[in-house]
Write a new protein. Sequence first.
Length: 256
Amino acid sequence: MDILWYKDNEVNFTEAYNELVRNSNFQWPHWMPFNKVYNYERLIERSYINDISFIIKNKDKPVMGLLGFSCYKPDIIDVPSIIIENSEIRTEKIQKNFFKVFDNIHLKNHSFWLRDFLEKGNLSEFSKKLLREGAQAKLTFSQVLDLTLDIESLRKQIRKSYKSLINNGFEEMDIKIFNYKNINEDIIFRFMDLHVSEAGRETKSKNSWLNKYNIIKNNEGFLVTGEINGELISAGLFSISSNYADYQVSASRSYK
């Protein structure tokens, strides 16, 4: 078995990571390859973040990896570490080796935050290991919509007061959806200007917005916009994988 560390060889790690993600049963949208570039930029510019990501390869195939970060400031990492694995070829021996590699990482005086998605309602073996060793668990809830349902079934689940807001939006705004087929930099920078205007300051760099363009251009996200009389009033970006979509960023303003 071979171990690839991000900090030692970014190119080789990224190639193995992308292959591992493609073969993973669970694909969290925010860590798909181009989404990862965007999130990495947010993290590595912070001096108190330490990248501890590694991947285990067996017979030249990436099998199990940690996209991981430690921090010497508590409760500060807003993008948590995750485990990615190809469960079809991951053996108990590989899993034990993975635990051993992690145990050798120097985490003294550093915090480590792992997100476990409770696949099939169960904690991962890695989470169980951390809890046995004194880690604290924090339960969070996410609202999940089944988008395989037809539009009418989804509409029935919406609160009556929200239905009127949605109807008003469709009546008053020109709604457009941008994906990898029609995305362009102009609409991204219009979105950026709207976000800066409503936030009152520039919270993300221009390069960060270009990364958002790349996310959509490479079919890892889509953008929904609403215009009135040609003026951008609302926009929202959503990250996607083969089986999940998740909110990333949005901005809206009132129109008079």
